[in-house]
Design a protein around this ligand. Structure first.
Ligand SMILES: *[C@@H]1O[C@H](CO)[C@@H](O)[C@H](O)[C@H]1NC(C)=O
Ligand SMILES: *[C@@H]1O[C@H](CO)[C@@H](O)[C@H](O)[C@H]1NC(C)=O
Ligand SMILES: *[C@@H]1O[C@H](CO)[C@@H](O)[C@H](O)[C@H]1NC(C)=O
Ligand SMILES: *[C@@H]1O[C@H](CO)[C@@H](O)[C@H](O)[C@H]1NC(C)=O
Ligand SMILES: *[C@@H]1O[C@H](CO)[C@@H](O)[C@H](O)[C@H]1NC(C)=O
Ligand SMILES: *[C@@H]1O[C@H](CO)[C@@H](O)[C@H](O)[C@H]1NC(C)=O
Length: 338
């Protein structure tokens, strides 16, 4: 079975097809992990802009101690090209082109024409079901979804999604490999719309709209509740460990009374519909659930970036196996005492 320790990124050449915003940060992540990366730009403009973007990500990553070497060290392992033939020796190709099935279909054809039959192919789609997309590949069993969170070189999030025909052993290999990318991945064993996180988060968003639209609390009150309840513990543990930590019977008791009252409407809430219909986009144009002057919008963006690096440090201090590590350290100590 695949094992994190015997998978060596320096021996695995990875292709990235589509080097827009997401493709650039994914490429950065892979370079830092030690991969040689072949980045293919189907959109010619990306040929010119991608290297600058990746260079900037590497500069920031060095400043933030995400990587130990300066950009030039990693850039030696990067090839940016228009030529799909350069993907010939890759073991993994990460497609991140636009969410358009006709574009993606052509891209898979181009990839499969040059890579070996063993090469794993992944898509960053969240709009098109993987089971459907893999039917477009000559060899569907090598095909997976990879769902990243921007910026991919700093976030710990990654979902690996199997379609109906995906090979479970290859899924396991991807899962192990992604630990080398500083990810704490989730393996989605069966294809489902929204995968895991979006399903969880949209359940929360829907309830938030219900509370505001029905006058139970204002937008900023709901936001403060999120920040200081879920926001306080969620980087430390997930929902199941949280119930373990705080006592399961209480949740059981509350569920009986609360679940039937939770919002289950399937229409888009009026509050968000009105904002979108009047052109609101959030900080992008200053109109959202809150309003922003350009100065405020800029500061929110900058402050979020600052916070991202801080929370990453905290998440690294408390990895998912934090207690296992402490146990191992204790065992070692016991052994040396014996
Ligand atoms: C996939 O990548 C493309 C290009 O960067 C981007 O437009 C699209 O939003 C991405 N999709 C997801 C689900 O991240
Ligand atoms: C670049 O790739 C080579 C060969 O794949 C590897 O040995 C080397 O460690 C990589 N360099 C960096 C800076 O990761
Ligand atoms: C690769 O897979 C295709 C489709 O299954 C098959 O036709 C072809 O013979 C395979 N090539 C090799 C070298 O195994
Ligand atoms: C995948 O499998 C599910 C459950 O068996 C089925 O409902 C669905 O139609 C399949 N999807 C495709 C694209 O074959
Ligand atoms: C929502 O819940 C109500 C009350 O329990 C129920 O009558 C209704 O069918 C549910 N609607 C949906 C879309 O599930
Ligand atoms: C270490 O030794 C103590 C005392 O003998 C024991 O209670 C504890 O369970 C041991 N811990 C581990 C991790 O072996």
């Amino acid at each position: 079975m695949a094992n994190e320790e015997n998978i060596l990124p320096t021996q695995i050449i990875v292709g990235v097809v589509g080097i827009g915003l997401m493709g650039s940060s994914i490429t950065t992540c892979l370079l830092i992990a030690g991969h040689q990366v072949i980045a293919v730009a189907p959109i010619p403009i990306d040929l010119e802009t991608a290297e600058t973007r990746i260079h900037e990500h590497l500069v920031r990553s060095f400043e933030q101690e995400i990587c130990l070497e300066k950009p030039v060290y990693y850039l030696k392992n990067l090839t940016i090209t228009e030529d799909y033939n350069c993907l010939k020796d890759t073991s993994l190709v990460i497609e991140c082109t636009l969410e358009d099935i006709t574009i993606k279909k052509q891209v898979y054809k181009n990839i499969e024409n040059v890579v070996s039959n063993e090469t794993i192919i992944t898509s960053n789609t969240s709009a098109i079901p993987i089971s459907l997309l893999q039917e477009e590949a000559c060899i569907p069993s090598r095909f997976f979804g990879l769902h990243w969170a921007e910026p991919s070189h700093t976030t710990r999030f990654l979902e690996i999604i199997c379609g109906n025909k995906s090979d479970q052993q290859k899924a396991e290999w991807l899962y192990q490999l992604s630990h080398h990318w500083a990810k704490e991945p989730t393996l989605v064993r069966k294809d489902i719309r929204g995968f895991i996180t979006n399903r969880l988060m949209y359940a929360l968003y829907r309830e938030a709209f219900y509370l505001v639209e029905n006058g139970y609390a204002t937008v900023d009150d709901v936001d403060r509740a999120c920040r200081n309840n879920a926001g306080y513990w969620m980087t430390f543990v997930g929902c199941f460990r949280w119930m373990d930590l705080t006592g399961i019977p209480a949740y059981h008791a509350v569920m009986r009374d609360l679940l039937p009252t939770l919002y289950n409407e399937t229409e888009i809430p009026k509050l968000i519909d009105d904002i979108v219909k009047t052109g609101g986009k959030g900080i992008l144009n200053g109109n959202g659930f809150y309003n922003y002057t350009p100065e405020e919008a800029r500061l929110w963006r900058e402050t979020f970036e600052e916070f991202s690096y801080d929370i990453r440090r905290l998440a690294l201090k408390y990895p998912v196996d934090v207690v296992t590590r402490k146990l191992n350290a204790l065992e070692k100590k016991n052994e040396t005492q014996d």
